[in-house]
Design a binder for this molecule. Structure first.
Ligand SMILES: Cc1ncc(COP(=O)(O)O)c(C=O)c1O
Length: 489
């Protein structure tokens, strides 16, 4: 029994006890301040963090649910939206709202365009949206939540969506087209200009998912790096999402969705005039909206200003170039595509090198790296903090590649075999069901953390809940194949 078993204490703990426990918990988390995480956190240092904390604290209890009540929040939200519209070359018609994060912004775009199509093309029974195969999974969630069919379009050899394939898939049920700037898995920017031409010629809205690039690409461009057109300068782009809690360097829980004009935004709104609790109107998915994340987003933008964002973009691009060049110089590795910004994926070109075993070795040296599939690769999302750790990371990466090449058994140990096989397992329904079971175990009454294969104590090394599920699914698959091969399946 310990303090995290979920027993409400009979008497409240002291402030010191609580903070002491929280500090201990945090100490076991990934070391983002030391630049060891290659995803999840956009950390600018202790000074900036303190500012976010203070801004957040001032509005900790404030609620942006009712825009008429906390006018402070409404004004800050408006300011963040206007500053973002300016960065993305919107004119004075461009409008939008803040949301709780990238996923909410994506979900809202799906709802907006489904409802717009319902109003303008009521004959559509089964709305469809065109998604590049690289679209963030938030769009799949949107498809599932709002019952819009996702029509997937393959990528070209450069990992950008193939615009000709998009053109062919637009049909009478299409309610929106998506492009990303950049997409998450490989960090490349879809051909937004060509998508804009298709969207305009067919009279269909085009959303640009700039959740990760919205506050970085404008500054990368100003630094003189080639950045393909992706924002409101592109005719045909009708909306853009950009996350203040990513390269906007705000606190977690904040993003912006912008529309070219009110005609689009109006379909995002929800109004219910008959509730006994009063007439209800809301611009997003949430009811209560935390004031702290709005205040922190505003504070971050005002504190950094153009000069701050430019300097951070400069550091990021310097680190990214060093990393991409360094990885290119490690025999047996290559970076996928030509990412214009700070996200990229790298894989093994040498069949003797299992990239997931490389990931395990990095993990053992304290680096937190994400694994990706189709093709098997590792992922990096570079932040200003990483500039100081580039040499250490490249050294560990080269050593990891050497170790894996020298010892083939490493590809069969740890989490490597699971990552390798789960992407190729043909029974996707089985994988889905197994992963769902893992989540149920995690959120069930016992709150069981998945036992992680590969970790000595069965519980610590892994990064996703999917691995044991994948292993079980693989067992099923192997048995099913055996039966089939014997002619009994
Ligand atoms: C392109 C893109 N869209 C949407 C999202 C979802 O954002 P969030 O995790 O804030 O919900 C992400 C997250 O990385 C992303 O990279």
């Amino acid at each position: 029994m310990n303090e995290l078993d979920g027993i409400l204490p009979a008497d409240g703990w002291s402030r010191e006890e609580i903070l002491e426990h929280l500090r201990r918990l945090a100490a076991a988390d990934p070391d983002y301040a030391g630049g060891r995480t290659w995803s999840l956190v956009y950390y600018l240092g202790a000074g900036h963090t303190r500012l976010l904390q203070e801004a957040h604290n001032l509005f900790l209890s404030a609620n942006a649910l009712n825009p008429m009540a906390f006018k402070s929040l409404t004004r800050m939200e408006h300011a963040v939206v206007r500053m973002t519209a300016g960065l993305l070359h919107g004119d004075d018609q461009v409008c939008g709202t803040m949301t709780s994060g990238g996923t909410e912004s994506c979900l809202l775009a799906v709802k907006t365009y489904r409802d717009r199509a319902r109003a303008r093309r009521p004959w559509i029974r089964r709305p469809e949206m065109i998604l590049p195969a690289s679209a963030h999974v938030a769009w799949e969630k949107g498809a599932a939540y709002f019952d819009v069919k996702a029509v997937h379009v393959p990528l070209g050899t450069d990992f950008r969506v193939d615009p000709e394939a998009v053109r062919r898939r637009v049909g009478r049920n299409t309610v929106m087209i998506l492009g990303s700037a950049p997409q998450y898995p490989h960090g490349v920017v879809d051909p937004i200009g060509e998508l804009g031409r298709i969207a305009q010629s067919r009279g269909i809205p085009l959303h640009v998912d700039a959740c990760v690039g919205g506050y970085l690409l404008p500054f990368v461009e100003r630094l003189g790096h080639p950045v393909p057109a992706f924002d409101f300068r592109v005719p045909g782009v009708t909306s853009i999402s950009a996350d203040t809690h990513k390269y906007g360097y705000g606190a977690k829980g904040a993003s912006v969705i912008l529309y070219r004009n009110l005609e689009y935004l109006k379909h995002q709104l929800f109004v219910y005039p008959d509730w006994p609790g009063g007439i209800f109107a809301s611009a997003g998915l949430l009811g209560t909206r935390p004031g702290g994340s709005i205040a922190a987003a505003w504070a971050a933008m005002m504190a950094l200003g153009e000069a701050g964002y430019l300097e951070n973009a400069r550091r990021i691009m310097q680190a990214t170039r060093q990393l991409i060049e360094g990885i290119g110089n490690i025999p047996g590795l290559e970076v996928l595509g030509r990412p214009p910004m700070s996200l990229f994926a790298y894989r093994a070109t040498d069949p003797q090198v299992n990239i997931f075993a490389v990931g395990d070795r990095l993990e053992a040296r304290g680096w937190h790296v994400d694994r990706q599939q189709r093709p098997d690769c590792l992922h990096a999302m570079v932040t200003p903090r990483h500039l100081e750790v580039v040499p250490a990371f490249l050294g560990d990466l080269a050593a990891a590649v050497d170790a894996v090449r020298a010892d083939p058994s490493l590809a069969k140990a740890g989490s490597a075999p699971m990552y390798g096989l789960v992407g190729r397992l043909p029974l996707r329904g089985l994988v889905r069901r197994n992963v769902r079971d893992m989540l149920l175990a995690l959120y069930g009454p016992e709150g069981r953390f998945p036992a992680m294969a590969g970790a000595p104590d069965g519980g610590e090394e892994s990064t996703t809940a999917a691995e044991p599920a994948a292993l079980r699914a693989l067992g099923w698959w192997a048995r099913w194949k055996q039966r089939r091969d014997r002619g009994t399946g």
